[in-house]
Write a protein that binds this ligand. Structure first.
Ligand SMILES: Nc1ncnc2c1ncn2[C@@H]1O[C@H](COP(=O)(O)OP(=O)(O)OP(=O)(O)O)[C@@H](O)[C@H]1O
Length: 266
């Protein structure tokens, strides 16, 4: 049943403290033009245990914002806080999944996961158990000795998800992870992702420009305009488990699309 957006609290299990971004500004130098502003005083709350989506038109600064959270990009201004304290990306337990799987083709599937575990200083004695556990979780337990070049696009993205989960992060950043896949595969993976999110009680921040995807997946979503300004935070307010063909999904998508369209400067 749909509830008024403002009435619904976020997630059934919130286990920790909210990550709060405040007044994040990012300027990039632009040769011959001084600089461009990509993020304009962005505020964002990622509540622990929540599935949060970030929706915005191409080039508005979504990836830049994810990179600020992960530490790949230094913000020009702004703060990240958690539990009343300033935090840096190094204080956060983060996994990052990109649009492309970014696997190492010369390593096996298991080797790719071990590579990530080694980089995070996970003791080698734990590698086998983690590789097995997370490959099973994404239904690839028979592929550990295979090489990425022999896998389909959907299977590669599953490996990328297993690799991110294997380091057991608290927060998973996902930047349009399913946008290069066909819709059938993407639907399967979205469902798997939701199953994992609920079972493992992860916090997910998910970038997309697909409103239907955001509505299907999220507890709440943020909307950005082309000028890098965050103009709305909206609860989805549809009970889980959700079905793609549920008219409530289509109705919420239409409402949010109208609002998004009104604000996005083309
Ligand atoms: N390192 C950089 N140096 C200069 N400009 C950059 C840099 N990275 C991104 N930009 C510019 O910042 C703007 C925002 O880019 P960003 O990748 O964050 O947008 P996005 O919303 O993720 O786009 P998309 O949806 O197409 O992936 C773009 O105009 C881009 O050209």
């Amino acid at each position: 049943m749909m509830m008024a957006a403002e009435e619904r609290s976020v997630s059934s299990e919130t286990t920790g403290e909210t990550l709060e971004l405040r007044d994040i500004v990012k300027h990039y130098p632009r040769p011959g033009q001084g600089r461009i502003q990509v993020l304009d005083e962005v505020d964002l709350d990622v509540e622990s245990g929540a599935f949060v989506s970030l929706l915005g038109p191409s080039g508005c600064g979504k990836t830049t914002l994810m990179n600020v959270i992960s530490g790949l990009v230094e913000p020009t201004e702004g703060t990240m806080r958690r539990g009343g304290r300033d935090v840096t990306p190094n204080d956060l337990s983060l996994g990052y999944i990109f649009q492309e799987p970014r696997l190492l083709d010369w390593k096996t599937v298991a080797g790719n996961i071990e590579f990530a575990l080694e980089a995070r200083d996970v003791p080698e004695s734990e590698w086998d158990e983690r590789v097995t556990r997370y490959l099973e979780m994404v239904n690839l337990d028979t592929e550990g000795d295979n090489y990425p070049t022999r896998l389909s696009g959907g299977m590669k993205q599953r490996v990328a998800i297993a690799r991110a989960l294997a380091i057991e992060p608290e927060i998973i950043l996902m930047d349009e992870p399913f946008s290069s896949l066909d819709e059938i595969t993407a639907r399967d993976l979205r469902q798997e992702l939701l199953d994992i999110w609920q079972r493992e009680q992860k916090t997910i921040l998910f970038v997309t420009h697909d409103i239907n995807e955001a509505v299907f997946l999220s507890d709440y979503l943020y909307m950005m305009n082309s000028n890098g300004k965050m103009f709305a935070r909206r609860n989805i307010g549809i009970d889980r488990p959700r079905q793609y063909d549920d008219p409530e999904i289509a109705q919420r998508e239409a409402e949010l699309y109208r609002e998004f369209h009104e604000h996005v400067v083309e």
